[in-house]
Design a protein. Structure first.
Length: 215
């Protein structure tokens, strides 16, 4: 199977990380992912065939985005949950989605990204990556919790995040050290989830070609 551009970029990033980060940090990150897999967080999350609920969140520009209003205008909503602007994998994924945006919109679907990071970080991220879609502020991972994809970062890995300059308390405006795992949900007008991608491994991201085929 041919790799997509995003998958190639992720593979290159994996190689860069392996060569630049100390082995101690790489081991801690791998253990963190293994813990989440063992905890079966993916099995507890929303998935295709389940029903979502309406939501209303503020965008990075301060607009209130309401799902009922969007589904009055579009056939489907694509919700893309990501960790934060500090995550290089998230940046790659959102840039790839931006490149595919016209194809997504041709399917009468509305793409929205969702993150627990404060609005100023999402605003900077939109500008830096030249993103035209909204990024919503999921304060305290409220929506991520609803979809069953939020987790508390393990105590053993938090110091390594801080060592890399990633302070989730500052970024997210709370003291929870909580994040969503990477996830994408397609929701139709009746709030049926018609497509889902969920993976506890933060280096694994949605296959955009597969996503578009399922719109």
């Amino acid at each position: 199977m041919n790799m997509t551009n995003l998958q190639k970029q992720i593979e290159n990033l994996n190689q860069t990380m392996s060569s630049q980060l100390p082995q101690e940090i790489l081991n801690a990150f791998a253990d963190s992912i293994a813990d989440l897999k063992k905890d079966r967080i993916e099995d507890r999350s929303f998935r295709k065939g389940m029903k979502a609920r309406s939501f209303s969140l503020k965008s990075s520009q301060g607009k209130t985005i309401n799902s009922d209003n969007l589904l009055g205008e579009y056939d489907k909503i694509i919700l893309v949950f990501f960790r934060g602007d500090w995550c290089p994998y998230c940046n790659l994924e959102l840039r790839a989605l931006q490149e595919a945006l016209s194809r997504i919109e041709n399917k009468k679907a509305k793409l929205i990204a969702v993150s627990p990071q404060k609005q100023e970080y999402s605003s900077d991220m939109r500008e830096k990556n030249q993103l035209s879609f909204d990024i919503l502020f999921d304060k305290d991972n409220t929506l991520a919790n609803q979809f069953g994809i939020s987790f508390n970062l393990q105590d053993f890995v938090v110091p390594y995040y801080l060592q890399l300059g990633i302070d989730l308390n500052v970024h997210n405006g709370n003291n929870q050290n909580a994040l969503p795992i990477p996830a994408v949900f397609v929701i139709d007008k009746d709030y049926n989830i018609t497509y889902s991608f969920v993976d506890a491994d933060y280096t694994s991201r949605v296959d955009i070609e597969e996503l578009i085929k399922n719109l």
